[in-house]
Design a protein around this ligand. Structure first.
Ligand SMILES: Cc1ncc(COP(=O)(O)O)c(C=O)c1O
Length: 404
């Protein structure tokens, strides 16, 4: 095997996505935090400037129609759809992931309870939630459970198949674990949830834009995700909600705002839900953030980037990082908590060490940006659109020096 530096050069030289790096604003810093906040695509500031100065400044209220503001949540949802394996008409963009988790989970429980009422009468009064989840999903699930008269049962994704039962209404899972980078088996878990008559809600924050999801192919019921990580939509860019087409007529939102009304400008006192993905909307869309995201998504369309190519590079990057860490870092100084098997790995590597907080501080001072997750995890995210193999080698080298 060649030594890491020349190997990095060889891998960068044969990387079909290498040219995309120039589409992003980057500097000498090795940026491995795209799993928290994606880098800025270079053309976005000019687009946002146009939205502010011309669309808002000159057209003012006319832009709701003429600049397509009103329909942006569905239009941009349709642009995200191919990235998560969904046909158009099933995704709406708006609100935060936390809010969309709430909408999706309550709607899932309502459907399960409706099924139970119409069928054998078995009560569906339990929600299973990923015990290892990013905290917000757990907090929201707890509130959703209280609201719907359910018990909340935290279980690890591996325990889900044995925890499912006649009482299960809905299951809230993460496609990729935010801390360890473990990729869960979405097809098998969704099948198991369906086999017991419950609904599956997936959080795609750490998989969309990094690996194939296959929402339609695997019959996922509902899904949510953020757009500021691998989709590079910018800080606080709006999240999305997927509701499978055949479930849309039954999607009973717990937040039925006027934007999801069948006739929003009818100003009626009685609520009547719109049909289709629009039903997932709540209030006035956050146009500036939404259109920054819209612009950021051009990177995928204009350059014809395939999710399969992104996944192949992501695995090559994380493999190479693990190899470099193995070669440079003294044995036993860090322990990888990210699965070695490709089928179980997202697009990040998490290394555990007792002094992780201090190590990450020094790494950032040394020009390598990852992040620290309490109590003892160093996270490194690899965004295939702009991270190269030389970045990976450098990060491992600086890490070894820092740890030493
Ligand atoms: C898996 C996961 N779910 C939810 C969230 C929170 O999303 P939001 O702040 O958009 O509500 C995050 C944020 O990083 C996350 O990683």
């Amino acid at each position: 095997m060649s030594e890491p530096r020349s190997e990095a050069e060889r891998l960068d030289g044969s990387d079909p996505l290498a040219a995309l790096r120039d589409r992003f604003v980057l500097d000498d810093v090795t940026y491995l935090d795209g799993n928290s906040l994606g880098a800025l695509p270079a053309h976005v500031p000019a687009r946002v400037d146009d939205v502010v100065r011309r669309q808002w400044g000159e057209l003012r209220i006319r832009s709701w129609e003429e600049s397509g503001w009103w329909t942006a949540p569905e239009r941009i949802g349709d642009r995200i759809a191919p990235l998560v394996g969904a046909a158009t008409g099933q995704i709406v963009v708006g609100d935060s992931t936390s809010v969309n988790v709430f909408k999706a989970l309550v709607a899932a429980v309502r459907m399960a309870q409706e099924d139970a009422g119409a069928g054998d009468g078995a009560g569906r009064d339990e929600i299973l939630v990923d015990a290892t989840t990013f905290p917000t999903d757990g907090y929201i699930a707890e509130s959703a459970a209280r609201m719907t008269g359910c018990a909340l049962r935290p279980v690890t994704p591996a325990e889900v198949p044995s925890a499912l039962g006649a009482r299960t209404a809905a299951v809230l899972l993460n496609h990729v674990d935010y801390r360890t980078g473990r990729l869960h088996d979405l097809p098998a878990l969704t099948r198991a949830v369906h086999a017991c008559g419950a609904y599956a809600v997936w959080d795609l924050c750490h998989s969309a834009g990094a690996l194939p999801v296959g929402l339609d192919e695997h019959g996922v019921d509902l899904a949510v995700g953020c757009t500021y990580k691998y989709l590079n939509g910018g800080p606080g860019s709006p999240a999305y909600l997927y509701v499978r087409r055949d479930l849309q007529p039954r999607f009973d939102s717990p937040l039925p705002g006027w934007n999801s009304h069948a006739e929003p400008f009818g100003m009626r006192s009685a609520y009547a839900p719109a049909s289709g993905a629009v039903r997932g909307r709540v209030g006035t869309p956050d146009i500036l953030s939404l259109l920054a995201l819209d612009a950021a998504l051009d990177v995928w369309d204009e350059d014809g980037v395939s999710v399969a190519a992104v996944r192949a590079k992501s695995l090559a990057l994380t493999d190479f990082f693990l190899r470099c860490v193995g070669e440079y870092v003294p044995v036993g100084r860090v322990e990888s908590v990210t699965p070695a098997a490709h089928a179980e790995r997202g697009s990040q590597v998490a290394l555990r060490c007792d002094d992780a907080g201090e190590v990450m501080k020094r790494l950032i001072e040394g020009g390598v940006v990852g992040d620290f997750r309490a109590p003892d995890v160093l996270r490194f995210g690899f965004t295939p659109l702009y991270v190269g193999f030389a970045d990976v080698e450098r990060a491992a080298r600086v890490l070894a020096r820092t740890l030493g």
